[in-house]
Write a protein that binds this ligand. Structure first.
Ligand code: B12
Length: 455
């Protein structure tokens, strides 16, 4: 068969005023462009798991939502989608099926809403695709009946045996970053986490040698590529992390990842991160107010336990030369309208190199969605196109939805205004310089250690 893999790419927001505001803010636009063009790692992995004897090609739906004409010539089209673009994906699937093309859909949204997806696709994958995808291909080839495939029935994917994603399928299309996974899952259970539907699975680390192998595959396709680890939380196991970072060091790569604030506890890890090319870590801080963090992480209240220590922790990370992208969720139950100023002040004081603000969003399948549905606080249930993290879809507890939207606008203007960005970054560079000065003073005043004499 001829199989097309169709990724939905680009960044979305329904609120036109916010989109226009973004266009006038250089920092904001620069950041969106940087992340807008990433290939779908999920589909590149599926390509590697396609049974022999089939031809596979990779396509992307462009920002305007239009699918490429070529996909109508394929026998089977596999679509991967997140929630915000679910309706666009369904519309494409409907058009394909109307023209006799078989469609399979998977990804986070299909995992949360399989029955809904099944109305638009011949086959739906719930959960990880590595075991299910080959079965779907065989079923389509054999003309077997349409069905929903639940990955849980096929056993948890053993990430120590993952195949190399087919980066070679990306062709000449330019990407700003290439993704590679080092871990899957997260030990924490944040109420709003949009990856939750996959998080019932255990936290899994890949063999370091396999990560290195995949990076070589990326570089064979795109020499000098900037890497993004498509992980939920990379540095949970500190010993494994050190092993990974030591292996990255000689590769001369630059990379970005998402992790929790506990990286700040380990100076050796931070040194290794800097030396191995880590440019930035994205950390979900959620609120600058420790009281607002209570109850967010449902397992051990991890965020509430760490909130008081945020400032010192961010300084420690940044002093090592690794920038922090601190993410805040606007509209948390314990945050009132004062939080907008508090976030700006926090970011200025700490010198956060990058700040990301999003509004509290109830993704289907999350504990937050279920709670807010019970409490009658979903403003537009089922309007998945609004699940962009920028469109207000939830009634906050301590302010009106309109006030939340105004606060998002106000803070967007204030945070991304060029002078504000420069001021924050100046704090980062000053902290970095002072650590380097201290380090060089220490190394010139202390006698050489036996190990450095030996080397
Ligand atoms: C890379 C990334 C992007 C890239 C996506 C590139 C692409 N085309 O895939 C870009 C920058 C474009 C992007 C955009 C957006 N993103 Co994003 N992104 C991520 C990120 C960091 C990693 C995703 C990833 O690669 N995972 C690893 C792969 C291996 O997993 P996977 O895609 O789930 O695929 C597996 C299974 O789902 C399954 N599978 C997937 N597809 C299919 C298809 C078939 C047929 C089958 C059988 C199986 C199958 O098999 C795969 C292997 O097991 C995650 C955060 C994270 N840490 O996970 C957020 C994340 C996925 N994004 C998120 C959001 C909200 C967005 C945006 C809405 C932001 C915005 N305002 O525009 C847009 C939506 C765009 C869209 N496509 O719909 C949310 C999604 C929540 C949700 N339920 O929808 C996440 C979880 C982040 C968050 N803040 O919570 N994103």
């Amino acid at each position: 068969m001829n199989i097309a893999l169709l990724a939905m790419s680009g960044i979305r927001a329904c609120d036109q005023e916010l989109v226009e505001l973004g266009l006038t803010l250089p920092g904001f636009v620069e950041r969106s462009k940087q992340i807008a063009a990433l290939p779908s790692l999920g589909l590149l992995l599926l390509a590697a798991y396609t049974p022999d004897g089939h031809d596979v090609a990779y396509f992307e739906v462009e920002g305007d939502g239009a699918e490429p004409d070529e996909i109508y010539d394929f026998d089977l089209v596999a679509i991967s989608t997140f929630t915000a673009q679910a309706f666009e994906a369904y519309a494409i699937a409907d058009r394909l099926r109307a023209r006799g093309v078989t469609v399979a859909i998977g990804g986070l949204h299909a995992t949360a809403m399989p029955d809904e997806a099944f109305e638009h696709a011949d086959h739906v994958c719930v959960g990880e695709g590595e075991h299910v995808w080959p079965e779907i291909v065989r079923a389509v080839e054999a003309g077997a009946p349409q069905r929903i495939w639940d990955a849980r029935g096929f056993g948890t994917v053993d990430v120590s045996k993952l195949r190399v994603p087919r980066y070679d399928l990306l062709g000449d299309r330019p990407y700003n970053r290439y993704t590679v996974q080092t871990t899957r899952g997260c030990p924490w259970r944040c109420e709003f986490c949009a990856s939750t539907v996959m998080l019932g699975l255990p936290y899994r680390k890949r063999p370091v040698a396999d990560v290195v192998r995949d990076i070589h595959a990326i570089r064979a396709h795109a020499p000098g590529a900037f890497l993004e680890f498509a992980d939920d939380n990379t540095f949970v196991d500190k010993a494994w992390s050190r092993e990974l970072l030591r292996a990255l060091e000689p590769l001369d790569v630059h990379w970005f990842t998402e992790t929790d604030i506990s990286v700040a506890d380990d100076p050796e890890l931070l040194d290794l991160m800097a030396r191995s090319g880590c440019r930035q870590v994205l950390v979900g801080l959620e609120s600058p107010r420790p009281a607002a963090l209570r109850g967010i992480e449902l397992h051990r209240d991890f965020k509430a336990a760490r909130g008081r220590d945020y400032e010192a922790a961010i300084r420690r990370i940044q002093e090592h030369g690794v920038t922090v992208n601190g993410c805040f969720v606007l509209g948390l139950d314990e945050d009132g309208p004062d939080v907008f100023d508090e976030i700006r002040e926090f970011a200025d004081r700490v010198g956060l190199y990058e700040v990301q603000i999003t509004v509290m969003t109830a993704f289907p399948g999350t504990p937050l969605y279920r709670r807010l549905e019970r409490e009658g606080r979903l403003l537009a249930p089922g309007e998945w196109q609004r699940c962009t993290l920028f469109d207000v879809g939830v009634r906050p507890k301590r302010m009106s939805p309109e006030r939340l939207r105004e606060g998002l606008f106000q803070l967007t203007r204030e945070l991304y205004e060029p002078d504000a960005v420069r001021r924050r970054r100046a704090v980062f560079f000053a902290g970095r310089r002072s650590r380097l000065v201290k380090r060089s003073a220490k190394s010139t005043s202390s006698p050489p250690s036996s190990s450095s004499q030996a080397s």
